[in-house]
Write a protein that binds this ligand. Structure first.
Ligand SMILES: Cc1cc2nc3c(=O)[nH]c(=O)nc-3n(C[C@H](O)[C@H](O)[C@H](O)COP(=O)(O)OP(=O)(O)OC[C@H]3O[C@@H](n4cnc5c(N)ncnc54)[C@H](O)[C@@H]3O)c2cc1C
Length: 284
């Protein structure tokens, strides 16, 4: 079992890994991409030490290189589950499971939503982003899950326990997994309803639904954290002055805890949380 698993290799996660290393604590850092700045060409002009603007992506990629140079284990993979086990936590990706005594969620705020008419209108009114959080409200009801990858299968497993009537909508993506559920592969046109969502409309059909779960891409730490009963306030993970959530051994830092959504603040969080994790491990 590792001492620390850090989910996210943005400024918060990488800085935490570096400061932990300075305290002689090895961590494993798992990230899926370059975080908030991935896919953007924005130049960062307000971070200390760069006389000329630096492309945000380069800044983050340099951080990852820095951690690797210091001998920190950095892995590119998508975390799809997190659960408590004896003495710590188990972190699951599509193909691997990792165990650690403590976990730092430094996953930023990116979310994979769906850009279809009705999504915004019915989000929270029958459309949910988290099966573990809301699946219970749709016991024995007509459920739709939207997605086609590992995260969707993870959510499906939970939803199948709630209802015998769960349909998968892949929104036009091919689907080759063996499942007992009905699968609709036509592109989704819209989500429709009254005061709450009642239908998914596809190119050739209109399907009755009581609840829709969007499970595209991978979850943010809000979903992991909710699964473990972490308190979430206004879409931020709630932490105490030591960056610890209400689940002992589970820490959070960076954009995901709110405040200024800036690199300098994420770096500060990373430094401070490393100290807290160090103290936590030494108390045990
Ligand atoms: C377009 C844009 C421009 C910006 N410009 C500036 C600027 O000029 N100056 C400035 O100070 N700030 C800027 N910001 C904000 C800044 O990028 C963020 O505040 C900062 O990156 C937050 O750091 P973080 O470590 O908390 O999260 P992020 O940098 O978002 O990193 C999150 C990490 O978590 C990983 N992750 C998330 N979910 C999973 C999962 N399920 N499994 C594995 N890994 C996961 C991601 O892959 C990533 O490695 C900008 C943001 C955007 C979007």
């Amino acid at each position: 079992m590792k001492q620390v698993a850090i989910i996210g290799y943005g400024p918060a996660g990488i800085t935490a890994g570096i400061y932990l290393k300075r305290n002689n604590i090895d961590s494993i850092i798992i990230g899926k991409d370059l975080g908030a700045l991935d896919g953007y060409t924005d130049l960062v002009e307000n971070y200390y030490g760069f006389a000329e603007p630096i492309p945000g992506k380069d800044l983050i990629a340099n951080g990852v290189k820095q951690a690797k140079r210091l001998g920190i284990q950095v892995i590119t993979d998508s975390v799809i589950s997190l659960k408590e086990i004896e003495g710590g936590f188990q972190i699951g990706t599509a193909k691997h499971k990792y165990e650690a005594k403590t976990v730092l969620l430094a996953t930023g705020k990116t979310r994979t939503t769906i850009n279809k008419p009705g999504f915004i209108k019915y989000r929270g009114k029958g459309i949910s982003m988290c099966a573990t959080c809301d699946g219970y409200f749709y016991r024995r009801k007509k459920i739709a899950v939207v997605g086609c990858g590992a995260y969707m299968l993870h959510e499906l497993e939970y939803l199948n326990r709630m209802s015998p009537d769960v349909t998968i909508f892949t929104d036009g993506n091919p689907f080759h997994e063996e499942v007992s559920n009905k699968v609709v592969t036509e592109p989704i046109i819209s989500f429709t309803g009254t005061d709450k969502v009642t239908h998914i409309e596809t190119e050739h059909g209109k399907y009755d639904v009581d609840g829709i779960f969007i499970a595209l891409g991978i979850p943010s730490s809000i979903e992991f954290a909710s699964q473990l009963g972490v308190i979430v306030e206004k879409n931020n993970l709630l932490v105490n002055e030591n960056y610890e959530t209400n689940v002992p051994g589970l820490f959070a830092a960076g954009d995901i805890i709110g405040g200024k959504l800036q690199i300098a603040k994420a770096v500060y969080d990373g430094m401070m949380v490393a100290d807290s994790i160090y103290k936590y491990l030494n108390k045990k």
